[in-house]
Write a protein that binds this ligand. Structure first.
Ligand code: THU
Length: 128
């Protein structure tokens, strides 16, 4: 299965009773392992977790701290990019050359470098 297909499969588990916007994500670690995640909403809306942060957190909690590629699947006609909070979490673990593949409805896809999505990140090197 491609990384995009794994993101699409993860989307099926999305818990999105409030927005009805289901998101799936698959991340490939530096050593080639795949972790997936979906959005998990909450009646207290601010407690909602995005699919990307679920997938990244699962991988990091298993000891992976570097990623090669990230795929995000939604049913939006224009493939939806990661939100700002997810980009900030990606900035912790992704170099600018990490590929971010966005998958929308009708097999529409686009590919971007992480550096393109977040060109001037606040990260570890920004701290004293
Ligand atoms: N969502 C994600 O899972 N990833 C993003 O990058 C953007 C937003 C989710 C959060 C919420 O459950 C729904 O999409 C609508 O915002």
């Amino acid at each position: 299965m491609t990384l995009q297909q794994q993101a699409r499969q993860a989307q099926r588990a999305a818990y999105a009773p409030y927005s009805h916007f289901k998101v799936g994500c698959a991340v490939e670690t530096a050593d080639g392992e795949i972790y997936t995640g979906c959005n998990v909403e909450n009646a207290s809306y601010g407690a909602t977790l995005c699919a990307e942060r679920v997938a990244i957190t699962k991988a990091v909690s298993d000891g992976h701290r570097k990623f090669r590629r990230i795929a995000v699947a939604t049913d939006a006609p224009n493939p939806a990019p990661p939100c700002g909070q997810c980009r900030q979490v990606m900035a912790e673990f992704c170099d600018p050359d990490v590929e971010v593949i966005l998958c929308g409805a009708n097999e529409i896809e686009s590919s971007h470098s992480f550096g393109e999505l977040l060109p001037f990140p606040f990260n570890q090197s920004s701290l004293l």
